[in-house]
Design a protein around this ligand. Structure first.
Ligand SMILES: *Cc1c(COP(=O)(O)O)cnc(C)c1O
Ligand SMILES: [Zn+2]
Length: 406
């Protein structure tokens, strides 16, 4: 296992932040001597683990994520292990062959950030760090604070004053994080770390941290394992900082390289219209991302104007024949109603996936004969501001007594 610059290939020491050339770092595995049938058997056997790190839906795949980490260093809450649901009413209304929703919302802190954070925190602690930090629109900070508390470590988080759900703030504080609120956006927080992070005695757990990406690969490993190593034609995923789609791409490449799957599915990356710099670049076949200064969307987890991982995401989508698209806030809320109404539920950012399907089908990108899995990234209870959309008006109140026949 090596840590390399994604841009120039230079090898780096541990806990470096970015390469001198400005490139992001990446973990590179050699995966020698790994036999696909043996791996499948091992991953299957670990499904019966209860109290060991291998009961985690991340560490079950340790050989592909962080083979060198000693088991005793693992800080886990048995993250992953999330449900994969057929959303039959939504599938019927779209008229497609098969639709699955992978509920990363069921993670211990309520978002997929746990898949990556268990690895970043375990690794950082194993190399001697006791203080962990990130900037966040709320879910990364909640996840970081949870694992830091579990490991008896400290967390210091930077959270914008505005456009962050109060629930995520409360959750982060409840786990004991020291929180610094600031006037600015997530992008400003990232810039602060890029300029000053290296000089602080903090282990930074934003998605610039390559171990986060390694952990997030487990989402597609688990999806593949649940589907008996036959992935659907399409995987649809929301994008803000673009760490999740980057991890999805890297995970898929691992699966293909190792012979665990036979073909590469297509990936659709969805952004909210008000925060869609990556989609704009891809749609214009541009080479560089033009940051958006004031991103604005109801899907606060995707309210990011300058996504750090855009190069990795761009290369993966271009090489694999993936697509990008945008959805409006209204479409997000409408899709959220459908997902909630199925009994699955999610936060607004996650609903962008289902929202995009109608468009992708209408424009002929996704064929009705194809199969689709959408990644639901965050939990329904993450955002109670948005839940006010369900508040009952007078017209929907009813007379209980008459209902039960009195
Ligand atoms: C972080 C997050 C996203 C965006 O993922 P990126 O890796 O930043 O692209 C989407 N939905 C939810 C709920 C999130 O927490
Ligand atoms: Zn470099």
């Amino acid at each position: 296992m090596k840590i390399k610059c994604y841009e120039c290939g230079r090898e780096h020491r541990d806990a470096a932040y970015r390469c001198e050339c400005g490139g992001l770092l990446e973990i590179s595995h050699d995966f020698v001597g790994l036999d696909p049938e043996r791996l499948k058997r091992t991953f299957h056997e670990r499904l019966s683990e209860r109290m060991t790190p291998y009961a985690s839906g991340v560490w079950r795949y340790k050989e592909l994520i962080h083979p060198e980490l000693p088991e005793r260093e693992i800080v886990t809450k048995y993250e992953g292990n999330t449900g994969l649901y057929p959303a039959e009413p939504i599938r019927r209304s779209l008229g497609i062959r098969q639709l699955w929703l992978k509920a990363q919302s069921e993670n211990p802190s309520g978002s997929f950030k746990d898949n990556g954070m268990t690895v970043a925190l375990s690794h950082g602690r194993s190399i001697g760090y006791r203080r962990f930090s990130c900037t966040s629109t709320g879910n990364t900070s909640a996840s970081l604070a949870m694992y830091a508390a579990l490991a008896e470590c400290e967390s210091v988080v930077l959270v914008p004053n505005e456009k962050v759900s109060a629930n995520k703030v409360v959750q982060t504080l409840a786990y004991g994080a020291r929180m610094i609120r600031f006037d600015g956006t997530y992008d400003d927080g990232i810039r602060f770390f890029e300029q000053h992070g290296g000089g602080l005695d903090l282990y930074i757990c934003n998605s610039l941290n390559p171990f986060r990406i390694e952990g997030q690969k487990s989402i597609v490993y688990e999806l593949a394992q649940s589907m008996n190593w036959k992935l659907p034609d399409w995987i649809v995923i929301p994008g803000g900082a673009l760490s999740n789609v980057t991890a999805l791409g890297k995970g898929l490449q691992d699966l293909l390289q190792l012979g665990l799957i036979e073909r590469m599915p297509k990936v659709a990356l969805v952004q909210a219209e008000g925060a869609s710099p990556f989609h704009k670049m891809m749609a214009a076949a541009g080479e560089t991302l033009i940051p958006e200064r004031s991103p604005a969307t109801v899907a606060s987890a995707m309210n990011i104007g300058n996504p750090p991982s855009w190069r990795k995401a761009r290369d993966f989508l271009r090489e694999s024949g993936g697509v990008t698209c945008t959805v409006t806030d209204e479409e997000i809320i409408e899709a959220k109603r459908l997902i909630d109404g199925c009994g699955i539920g999610c936060e607004p950012a996650s609903a962008s996936t289902v929202a995009s399907l109608r468009k992708l089908i209408a424009e002929g990108t996704i064929d009705k004969d194809e199969t689709v899995a959408c990644i639901l990234t965050g939990n329904l209870l993450k955002d109670t501001d948005i839940l006010s959309m369900y508040e009952q008006g007078d017209e929907s109140s009813f007379d209980f007594a008459s209902l039960i026949g009195l």
